[in-house]
Design a protein around this ligand. Structure first.
Ligand code: ACO
Length: 418
């Protein structure tokens, strides 16, 4: 196939280079379009726009494939731990035994949060949303680790700050939870693995192995998802050479929204609403189909996956095991199962290729694990942090990195006078 395409614009014909990805995706390079023709492109929601070249994550939304650095998500969930996957996503290769030990030790060393950050967390109202507190605590770290604020971090500084971020967010997330419960914060326990330590700092108890394993898989499933809303936010903020704390804090903010990471909280809230209404989910399915009604089935649909979400497939299998092992009986889970079954066989959802996404099931597992609803999106952030760091690192290390600055098509008034 030709490596360029011709674009006719009136009298003018220009050649656009075709860029091919390693998994066969193709893109038209329009970077010189405006200079050569005066035209820009318009792409509402950027669904057809490749904003970067990347080696981190590959998604085939039609086939339901998700790979990190060439490994499928199914393979990683079966054979790896969250810290191994974090190392892989950030550094481009799986760690050796000694590299994993060194990485783990650095995360443990970086797990104690500054007293000032604890004070900031405690200064929030108890019922403040945990995502707001987490974001504020993250950006507050910039004041306590000024050595990492220079714009061009050395390789050694990157090696230090990455495990530091993973350690700090684990403790911040647990502290935010304790604060919301009106309880004293708990210091990290370096004898525990990452997930067990997080659960220990949340609850004061060491979790059983099954619960820790289930959460570890959930964090792996969220580790990265290429140029989604929050990762793109991290890249946009980082492209101004803002520091990593500010960039990740912005990613947390983008994740908070109910159309993105906040969907896992919204799923449980929707299930509770259905329960309060008497449990009849059919009425809510009809509401979701009604174009006059803004209601959407939370946890259904995805911008990229148009047949199934591979993460949802892994987690659904896990969900059944966890509920069985924990012996959980919950009427909300029955509503979830009924809703899922009925929506999947409904023509409206089938025609639009709307399937349950990862958030539909993650909320159910978090609930079974005893994690409160308003902490769900913080759990997502904890899982997603390696992806954000990897996207930021790849961007700042790329040749010819430029500040992100899209254009617009002005449609406002012209020539107004006072
Ligand atoms: N319930 C009912 N209808 C829906 C839903 C839904 N959850 N999602 C999409 N649709 C409909 C739209 O109304 C539209 O119908 P139309 O063609 O008749 O106008 C069609 O399906 C296509 O929808 P879009 O909005 O174009 O899809 P888009 O790719 O822009 O949005 C999104 C994807 C935001 C995920 C959407 O499906 C949604 O709002 N889902 C619910 C929220 C959710 O679960 N978000 C989590 C995403 S996964 C993640 O962040 C990890």
């Amino acid at each position: 196939m030709s490596k360029s395409a011709k674009l006719e614009l009136g009298e003018k014909t220009i050649e656009l280079d075709i860029i091919e990805g390693t998994e066969g995706e193709r893109a038209l390079d329009i970077s010189k379009l405006r200079a050569e023709t005066g035209f820009i492109t318009y792409d509402n929601g950027l669904g057809n726009t490749g904003a970067c070249l990347s080696n981190i994550t590959f998604i085939d939304g039609e086939k339901g494939i998700l790979k990190h650095r060439g490994y499928t998500i199914e393979n990683l969930c079966e054979k790896s731990s969250f810290l191994e996957v974090s190392y892989l996503v950030v550094n481009g290769k799986l760690p050796s035994t000694s590299e994993l030990e060194e990485f783990t030790a650095a995360i443990q060393k970086g797990s104690k949060i500054p007293e000032g950050v604890k004070t900031i967390i405690k200064s929030f109202p108890k019922d403040a949303h945990p995502m707001g507190i987490t974001s504020a605590a993250m950006v507050a770290l910039s004041g306590f680790y000024p050595e990492y604020l220079n714009q061009d971090l050395s390789d050694q500084q990157k090696k230090e700050i990455i495990p530091l971020m993973l350690g700090q967010l684990k403790t911040i997330a647990a502290a935010v939870y304790r604060h919301g419960q009106g309880k004293d914060l708990i210091e990290p326990n370096n004898n525990l693995d990452y997930v067990s330590d997080f659960l220990y700092m949340m609850t004061g108890n060491e979790p059983n192995k099954e619960v820790a394993k289930a959460l570890d898989v959930l964090l792996i499933l969220h580790a990265d998802h290429e140029q989604n809303c929050s990762a793109s936010t991290v890249r946009v903020v980082g492209s101004s050479k803002a520091n990593l704390f500010a960039s990740i804090s912005s990613g947390i903010d983008a994740l908070w929204g109910p159309l993105h990471g906040g969907a896992n909280q919204a799923v449980l809230e929707m299930l509770s609403e259905i329960q309060k209404d008497g449990g009849g989910y059919e009425k809510f399915i009809e509401k979701a189909k009604d174009k006059e009604d803004p209601f959407r089935l939370m946890g259904f649909g995805h911008r990229v996956y148009k047949n199934f979400d591979p993460r949802a497939k892994v987690i659904k299998a896990y969900c059944d095991v966890v509920l069985d092992k924990l012996n959980v009986e919950d009427p909300l889970l029955d509503i979830a199962k009924g809703l899922e079954k009925t929506a999947l066989s409904d023509e409206y959802f089938a025609k639009r290729k709307l399937f349950p996404n990862v958030d539909f099931y993650s909320g159910i597992i978090y609930k079974a694990l005893g994690i409160p609803t308003n902490m769900f999106t913080v759990m997502f952030a904890l899982g997603r942090q390696p992806g954000w760091i990897a996207q930021w690192k790849e961007m700042i290390e790329a040749d010819g990195m430029r500040i992100t600055r899209p254009r617009q098509i002005y449609q406002g008034k012209t020539d107004e006078k006072l």
